[in-house]
Design a binder for this molecule. Sequence first.
Ligand code: PGA
Length: 234
Amino acid sequence: MHKLVVANYKMNGSVDFYSSAQKKINKLKLKDTNIVLCPPFVYLPFFKIKNKNVALGCQDISNKVNKKCTGQISPLMLNEFGVKYCIIGHSERRSNGETNIQVCEKVKTACENGIVPIVCVGEESKASKLDVLEEQVTAALSGSNNITPIFAYEPVWAIGSGEIPTVAKINKALSIIKKTAKKLGYNSQILYGGSVNLQNYKELLASNADGFLLGGISLNVDDFISLTKGVENE
Ligand code: PGA
């Protein structure tokens, strides 16, 4: 299976940043690795993807379609700009009040409109049990059929903290996610996310993860490219 590297730019960047980033990323020669770039909504129209291994994604989606939803972005609008993937249920949105029910509705609206959801799940603290993964995965999948969801295991405590779980813990989490999705009939690709950088990605590649969801490092395009090439060559 191809490895997947997803750039979550969060609420960062500018027209200049994304023009120069895409120029460099469009030139990358990749065989076994695919990239998804997820800028904030307003920058989507500036992307002209010219690389078969690169796709456009976004960081959220409306949980309703054709409803009165001030401030929301519908999947139909995302379709117009060539968006193929959507990060759903990132912990920074969950901590702002996004519920498992809304995550489930968003997965459904994305899938019904040809957008692949990248659903983020993860435990809050280093000491937390991993039970929450089963609950989050089950909730995310409960409203949809015929989808190919991708999951990203992102321990909340590892995001932006410089700390990462052991490979054994990542593999345990991935196996819970995989088993839960399988019980519901899905064979999901699962990424790891949280403080991945040039120093630790090789260690993390030794886990069973199918790729990475990258935050901070995506903002340094040269580092992002080095990491992606490293993933490709592993
Ligand atoms: P980080 O963020 O790589 O900066 O830890 C990952 C994420 O929030 O998806």
